[in-house]
Design a binder for this molecule. Structure first.
Ligand code: NAI
Length: 242
């Protein structure tokens, strides 16, 4: 489905990004994974048989360099997956301002930087963007002030950029996962109290595996989603259905 497409996946060293890289490669894409974690990124790239570029998505120059080096190496860019992110479970009153700024820089500015740097190249390839938002971009998340604000920003920015670039043939969508069993949520999912909260709010009664999110990202990247743009697609076991 993604034969010969050139794709960048940020946060590709772990969790949803790693599963997405594996899915894209299985579907025939040439993948570049970008991550701040050099050791894990190098190991995952070797394991999956793709390229790794160490990138901090909160630094625009690094994101721009990632995109330019990919285009230089592969001749084009078809898909930009802005997936890198960090979690936060702090309410406004408890939060140090530093934490607010870091979460917004990585989870929201990082996504904007990925879109800004890739759009000129996606214009040439009639390519597409998929951002990883969250259910907490669609509804508020208990105790997750900066994360909900950043992900809400990703949801709205996805719609805004989709509108601006529909004429150019560039599609822009996001996935909004519910809780997914990845290193980001490892500690949370080990807590019985949190697990009960998750079960109470998820009609399907369980977290997702990253391999249940990746095919949705791959679908959005494919020609099969040719009439989809500006969509923020919940992949959440029913969390936002009630
Ligand atoms: P993860 O922690 O397994 O993977 C995130 C990856 O992003 C890591 O490899 C990390 O090194 C990388 N990263 C962090 N900061 C970075 C930076 N500044 N620059 C480049 N890379 C950076 O987490 P997971 O769960 O796979 O998260 C992926 C995306 O999915 C995130 O945007 C997260 O907010 C979102 N998400 C996750 C959910 C979950 O329950 N795990 C639910 C909804 C959304």
């Amino acid at each position: 489905m993604l034969d010969s497409k050139v794709a960048i996946i940020t946060g590709g060293a772990s969790g949803i990004g790693r599963a997405t890289a594996a899915e894209f490669i299985a579907e025939g894409a040439e993948v570049v994974i970008a991550d701040i974690d050099e050791d894990r990124g190098t190991a995952v790239a070797e394991e999956l048989g793709c390229e790794f570029v160490r990138t901090d998505v909160s630094e625009y120059d690094q994101v721009d360099e990632l995109v330019e080096s990919t285009v230089q190496e592969h001749g084009r860019l078809d898909v930009m997956v802005n997936n890198a992110g960090i979690g936060s479970e702090t309410s406004i009153e408890e939060m140090e301002l530093e934490e607010w700024h870091r979460v917004v820089e990585v989870d929201l500015s990082g996504v904007m930087y990925g879109m800004k740097a890739s759009l000129p190249h996606l214009d040439e390839s009639d390519g597409c963007i998929i951002n990883t938002a969250s259910i907490y971009g669609l509804v508020g998340g208990k105790g997750a002030a900066s994360y909900s604000a950043a992900k809400g920003g990703v949801v709205n920015l996805t719609q805004q950029v989709a509108i601006d670039y529909a004429d150019e043939g560039i599609r822009v969508n996001s996935v909004c996962p519910g809780f997914v069993d990845t290193p980001m949520t490892e500690e949370l999912l080990e807590s019985e109290r949190f697990y009960s909260f998750l079960e109470a709010n998820t009609p399907m009664d369980r977290p997702a595996q990253p391999e249940e999110i990746a095919p949705v990202i791959a679908f959005l990247a494919s020609e099969k989603a040719s009439y989809m743009t500006g969509a923020n697609v919940p992949v959440d076991g029913g969390w936002t259905a009630h």
